[in-house]
Design a binder for this molecule. Structure first.
Ligand code: XMP
Length: 327
């Protein structure tokens, strides 16, 4: 089978049996490609890199080294889940890099969204390259490239976000076991590999993470307000049966304060904005009409439980003209 291109007549993988057949085929291909060599993978905990990790663990076990970089902009519980699933349950060779201070120190005082994105992207490459240089005789770099990435980079819509970026002294051959799959197929394969639903059906999450939801210059306290309010929102969406039904839902904390009153005292605190949208391709989006009772419950919990927050607002702007993220 051609591993570089999706065959025109390839059936869409929708069943466990199809996924298992794909997994067996890939394991054989991976073993043939990799032989006795070592492989490196940046494991974010997102669906694509998690499925690639699980496939490679099955195919070559300890020849794979996964590097999980915690840049401080991940959602609550994510780094812990990566360690639990891959190190504890799958016995993967996992290097966990706590780079939180490094990223947040570099981002201190930077308010411009594009500059924030560039700092996060560059720092990520630097941290990953440092880890890669520590590992001798690693021949391959695994990536969670999927078929839409290839189509979009060929069509000139976006630069292929996975390929390249590493410094010139690091030469790897690429291993891309989910390259010919669409996103929905990656999820079916992930489920068949035994990954938890919370990983397989994870909502889309931007590379710069919570950094794009902590508007303006990121401070540690306001970043915590984003992380904690996001965790409450996700928990209440799950309780209300909306997880997996709404395409993307999250909170934003802008960098201004308003007056409120708590325990009979005046408080100057941030507002939290909640946003829930549905879309097919993220090029346009409609707003989910949330039940009033759910919004009241989330507001009560966020204002009571999240430090530094005295209001909750709802963004009901479709895309266009509002983008999904606030940046
Ligand atoms: P916007 O805000 O442009 O977002 O309407 C469209 C979708 O893309 C996600 N997004 C990203 N995804 N890397 C990603 O993988 C990124 O840098 C990035 N920025 C935005 C966003 O969450 C939404 O789903």
């Amino acid at each position: 089978m051609d591993v570089m291109n999706r065959p025109d007549n390839m059936e869409r993988i929708t069943t466990e049996a199809q996924a298992k057949a794909f997994i067996e085929e890939q394991i054989a291909l991976l073993r043939a490609q990799i032989g006795g060599s070592k492989v490196l993978l940046a494991l974010s905990g997102g669906v694509d890199s998690s499925v690639v990790a699980a496939l490679l663990i099955k195919a070559v076990g300890q020849q794979l080294t996964c590097v999980h970089v915690n840049h401080g902009l991940l959602r609550k519980g994510e780094p812990e889940q990566v360690i639990e699933v891959f190190r504890n349950q799958m016995n993967a060779n996992l290097i966990y890099v706590d780079a939180v201070d490094r990223f947040l120190d570099k981002l201190a005082g930077v308010a411009d969204p594009e500059t924030k994105r560039k700092i996060i992207g560059k720092e990520f490459i630097d941290v990953f390259a440092e880890e890669a240089r520590k590992l001798d005789d690693t021949k391959f770099l695994a990536q969670g490239t999927i078929w839409p990435d290839i189509l979009e980079s060929e069509g000139g819509i976006k630069a292929h976000h996975n390929a390249g970026g590493l410094p010139d002294d690091l030469h790897f051959e690429l291993v891309e076991p989910v390259r010919i799959l669409f996103k929905d197929e990656v999820r079916v394969v992930g489920k068949a590999l035994g990954l938890p639903d919370s990983m397989v059906y994870r909502q889309p999450f931007p590379g710069p993470g919570l950094g794009v939801r902590c508007v303006g210059a990121i401070t540690r306290d306001r970043l915590e307000a984003v992380r904690e309010s996001d965790a409450i929102l996700r928990e209440e969406f799950a309780n209300a049966g909306l997880a997996g039904k709404v395409w993307q839902y999250f909170t934003i904390v802008p960098d201004f304060k308003t007056v409120g009153v708590k325990n009979g005292k005046r408080v100057d605190e941030w507002p939290v904005v909640m946003r829930a949208v549905n879309t097919r391709d993220a090029m346009s989006a409609t707003v989910e009409e949330l039940p009033w009772e759910l919004m009241k419950k989330i507001t009560a919990r966020i204002t009571a439980e999240v430090k530094g927050v005295n209001r909750v607002l709802v963004d009901i702007t479709p895309k266009p003209c509002g983008t999904i993220e606030w940046e």
